[in-house]
Design a binder for this molecule. Structure first.
Ligand SMILES: Nc1ncnc2c1ncn2[C@@H]1O[C@H](COP(=O)(O)OP(=O)(O)OP(=O)(O)O)[C@@H](O)[C@H]1O
Ligand SMILES: [Mg+2]
Length: 322
């Protein structure tokens, strides 16, 4: 069977800033739920980006239902730390604020890797959790940090495991390592827009992650323009859009003022040039990466919510990407 975005139990969705990580995480979660999976979508940066995509206000530290088959969770390091101290050292959940802030300071400054382990540790706990005879969730979708910060985020457990040789922290680090570096359990899904810079960053990230030993799933090309023109029309428009439009208008007998021709010309040539640039970026990605590609269309809309995520999820299902 061809690998899909849901081939591993945890999909770590990453990519350059602003390429659509959160949008793709929501679309993937929705598509997998429609395919019958029980899904947990997880936010790690407290950005509240996921909630509106499911028509919700907020996702908190308690798992909550966002849509049929989809639960959501926002992992907050402070909360994860308190829970951790509570679980392993019996320190009460309602520790005095001073003790709590000291502990958090320790975790974030003295041992920065620990903070990331606590975040991924929470993901691991949800991944291993069982209800009845089987796993509680079939798929966990992580709206992960951008590619620039991802290697550090994922290698945190390794550095902590090297430092700490025994005890609960070591166990936690090892447990996270076992999950992140097992391709059956975790894969990184890189998202990119079909543009030069993000594509380059994606190619570099793919190399770095592969060297680290992390499995890579299909790459998602997000925001691909529809093919509006025939190849010949596109060439003509990219060369001289006003001339081409004035010519066409004459041919079909539509009277157009000079100004209208000029405005239409600039819109059409921008569109044609962008489409050509996108295709060249897509070619470059295909030439450099062996991973299969999944395509999501550019949606011409101001606001993103469940009504926009629905068609993107449908596009993933139509490509058998889940
Ligand atoms: N397929 C698409 N068509 C049109 N707009 C899109 C598409 N995907 C995402 N967007 C828009 O692009 C912007 C960035 O998307 P999103 O927040 O998902 O990116 P991100 O990678 O999570 O960003 P950040 O790095 O800030 O977390 C948003 O305004 C979103 O609505
Ligand atoms: Mg985001």
């Amino acid at each position: 069977m061809a690998p899909t975005l849901a081939s591993s139990r945890v999909a770590i969705v990453s990519g350059k800033g602003g390429v659509g990580k959160t949008t793709v995480a929501a679309a993937l979660a929705t598509a997998a739920a429609r395919a019958g999976k029980r899904v947990l979508v997880i936010e790690v940066e407290q950005r509240d980006g996921l909630a509106p995509l499911f028509g919700a206000q907020h996702i908190g530290y308690e798992e909550r239902r966002l849509a049929p088959g989809v639960h959501g969770l926002s992992v907050v390091p402070d909360e994860a730390l308190v829970e951790y101290l509570y679980l392993f050292y019996g320190i009460g959940r309602f520790v005095r604020p001073l003790a709590k802030s000291k502990a958090i300071e320790f975790a974030t400054h003295t041992a920065p890797g620990l903070r990331d382990i606590l975040l991924i540790g929470k993901v691991k706990e949800a991944e291993r959790r069982r209800t009845g005879g089987g796993y509680t969730y079939d798929l966990l979708v992580l709206d992960a940090p951008p590619t620039g910060r991802l290697p550090r985020f994922l290698s945190a457990p390794r550095s902590v495991a090297e430092l700490v040789k025994s005890g609960p922290i070591r166990q936690q680090a090892q447990g996270v390592l076992d999950m992140v570096f097992d391709p059956k359990r975790s894969q990184v899904v890189l998202v990119t827009t079909p543009e030069e810079m993000p594509v380059r960053e994606t190619i570099e990230a793919a190399q770095t992650l592969t060297q680290m030993g992390v499995a890579l799933g299909p790459v998602v090309l997000n925001g691909v323009y529809p093919r509006s023109f025939t190849p010949a029309a596109e060439r003509a428009l990219a060369r001289d859009a006003t001339g081409a439009i004035a010519n066409d208008a004459r041919t079909i007998g539509v009277p157009l003022e000079e100004e209208a021709v000029s405005v239409l010309g600039s819109v059409a040539s921008t569109q044609a040039r962008r489409a050509r640039n996108q295709r060249s970026a897509i070619r470059e990605l295909g030439a450099e990466l062996v991973q299969p590609q999944v395509t999501l269309p550019y949606l011409f809309t101001e606001r993103f919510g469940p009504r926009e995520i629905g068609p993107l999820a449908a596009a993933l299902l139509a490509q058998e990407a889940v």
